[in-house]
Structure formats: structure tokens, C-alpha cells
Design a protein around this ligand. Structure first.
Ligand code: ADP
Ligand code: MG
Length: 294
């Protein structure tokens, strides 16, 4: 620990979550700004040491991509088992960026491309992020977008059962809201679609539910209540209720006031049936990115 404390200086606390505290600081020798995330070690039923070190493992696997935050160092305090992660300092989160600036359509396209590139890379390494939201996306001074916070990430697998308590509610995909434990990479695409919509709406979230049922109904009202034809098995999901109102299918071509290419991609990301949702690499080939329309 001593070595670690000599090497890095913590200054201001910038965030505190369930599992950790985040500080800005610097590398003592070079004065280079850094961020130190301390992940507190709890041992309970839902959170094990393995979960805690997963974040380090994933960051090591993903560290060489432009659109993933760089981890410079990590350290486990042997006495407390707290984990310290040292990152490059990135000036703003996407959330702060949207609060500070009126995000333009050209910028949205640029940011979306970088988010999807980062996501495509995670998925190519079999990693689901599981908590994509504007607070977990960083924007550097030169406009580079970096996905951060792999604290909830998991390795995907065909037959793997996962917790559905995943993603912050506004960005949680409909399959997780309906209790489906066998989700896969398409889970992140839903969250990315919500972020895309939020940028297009100049910082206004698309599905800001105030409870799980409100969240589900907001989605159903927008896209129609899914049925067995469009999503085989949906009515057997653990939290699907027979008494759900049956909102009609809406032809959502005009989901947002924007052009056909933009809406086209957005609607492919926000498909209720996860099997029909576009993938990250297919999204990058979508005409939205090759057309001149913003
Ligand atoms: N590399 C970084 N540069 C600048 N700010 C960061 C960095 N990493 C995290 N933060 C800030 O700290 C917050 C919490 O970090 P995060 O990794 O998301 O932890 P938590 O698991 O607590 O959400 C982020 O939302 C962001 O505001
Ligand atoms: Mg976070």
C-alpha cells in the first residue's frame, strides 16, 4: 500500500457508489492527472470477491481500444481486500457533456459511432457491459468517447443464466424488465439505443420510468405490447403478466423528429424481441453512418 500511496496522490472525491469511491488525483512523479477508483470489498450473497476483481480482469482484456477507458494500474490492499484501480483522467461524462452543451446532430453521430465501436470490441471479447448509460461514458477534451465502469460486466454465454437486476432502470432492456435471465449482448444494444435517443432529444431521456412497471408500460406504449408473433416466448417470461394492457403496434417510423436513416438505426436498436435487435457491428455498417444526413 505504501508504494501505491507514494506513487499516486488522491485529491478530490468525485463520485461515490454502492461499491466504490472515485477520486481525481495525479501521478506523483509526473503530475499527470488520474482517477482512482476504490472498490470496497463486501462479502455477501450478491457480491463476492470474484465480482469485485472482474472489473480489473475485463479492463485488462479491453484496455487497448480507443473507445474503452484506460486502466494504468491496479492494486489490492492485502489487509482490507479493497481494490484500487487507476485510470487515465477523462474530462467529462456524456451526462455532463449533455448538461453543458446543446449536443448537435453531427456530434451525436460521431459519439454514437465511437460508443458502438467500443461496444463491438467488448462483444468481440465476449463481454457484456450491462450498465451502459451517459454517466458511464466519458468524453475527452479532444472528443474521444470512452466506455467506463465495467463493475457490472459479465462474460456472455449461450446458456448462461444471469441476474436481471442489471442496468440502471431507464436503460434496462425490456427482456430484463420482464425477468428474462438468458439475455446476451443485445442487452447492451438496447441501452445504447436509449443513449442514442437521449442525444437526439438533446439530453432528455427517452424512457425515464419511475418504477419497473412504469418503465415497462412506457416501452409498450411506444412500441406496442409485444405478442407471441413478434417475440415467441414473451408471454412465458417470469414477469410478463396476462393483465398487461395491450397497446397497439405503432408504426414508429416517426419515433423522433429526424430523418429516415437516423430513425432507421434507432428503431433497429430498440426492438423489443432481443433476437431481432441489430448487433454492434451491423449498426456500424448501417446507412446512418455512411449518409450525409444528420
Ligand atoms: N477515468 C475517469 N475520468 C474521469 N471521471 C471518471 C473516470 N472514471 C469514472 N469517473 C467518474 O466517476 C463516476 C463513477 O465511476 P464509475 O466507474 O462509473 O463507478 P461506479 O461503479 O461508482 O458507478 C463516473 O460516473 C464518472 O463521473
Ligand atoms: Mg458508474
Amino acid at each position: 500500500m505504501k508504494h501505491f500511496e507514494e506513487k499516486y496522490e488522491k485529491s478530490v472525491k468525485i463520485a461515490e457508489g454502492t461499491y466504490g469511491v472515485v477520486y481525481v488525483g495525479k501521478i506523483t512523479e509526473t503530475e499527470q492527472p488520474i482517477v482512482i477508483k476504490k472498490v470496497k470489498y463486501y462479502n455477501n450473497r450478491d457480491w463476492t470477491y470474484e465480482d469485485a476483481i472482474q472489473e480489473v480482469v475485463f479492463l485488462k482484456t479491453l484496455g487497448d481500444h480507443e473507445n474503452i477507458v484506460k486502466m494504468y494500474d491496479n492494486y489490492v490492499d492485502a489487509s482490507t481486500q479493497n481494490i484500487y484501480l487507476v485510470f487515465e483522467f477523462v474530462s467529462l461524462t456524456l451526462k455532463q457533456y449533455m448538461n453543458k452543451y446543446t449536443i448537435e446532430r453531427a456530434k451525436t453521430k460521431n459519439f454514437m459511432k465511437q460508443i458502438l465501436q467500443g461496444l463491438e470490441y467488448c462483444h468481440s471479447k465476449m463481454i457484456m457491459h450491462r450498465d451502459l448509460k451517459p454517466e458511464n461514458i466519458l468524453v475527452s477534451k479532444d472528443g474521444t468517447v470512452k466506455i467506463c465502469d465495467f463493475g457490472l460486466s459479465k462474460e456472455a454465454g449461450e446458456k448462461k443464466k444471469h441476474t436481471t437486476e442489471v442496468c440502471t432502470m431507464w436503460y434496462r432492456p425490456i427482456e430484463a424488465l420482464l425477468g428474462c435471465a438468458y439475455y446476451t449482448y443485445s442487452l447492451d444494444i438496447w441501452s445504447a439505443g436509449c443513449i442514442f435517443a437521449e442525444m437526439l432529444r438533446i439530453g432528455i431521456p427517452i424512457f425515464p420510468g419511475d418504477s419497473e412497471i412504469d418503465q415497462i408500460y412506457m416501452i409498450f406504449r411506444t412500441f406496442g405490447t409485444p405478442d407471441e408473433d413478434e417475440w415467441p416466448g414473451v408471454t412465458s417470461l417470469p414477469d410478463y403478466k396476462k393483465h398487461f394492457p395491450k397497446w397497439p403496434k405503432i408504426i414508429s417510423e416517426k419515433l423522433l423528429k429526424t430523418n429516415k436513416e437516423t430513425n432507421g438505426l434507432l428503431l433497429k436498436m430498440l426492438v423489443c424481441n432481443p433476437a431481432h435487435r441489430i448487433t454492434a457491428s451491423e449498426s456500424l455498417d448501417h446507412e446512418y453512418f455512411s449518409c450525409d444526413n444528420n
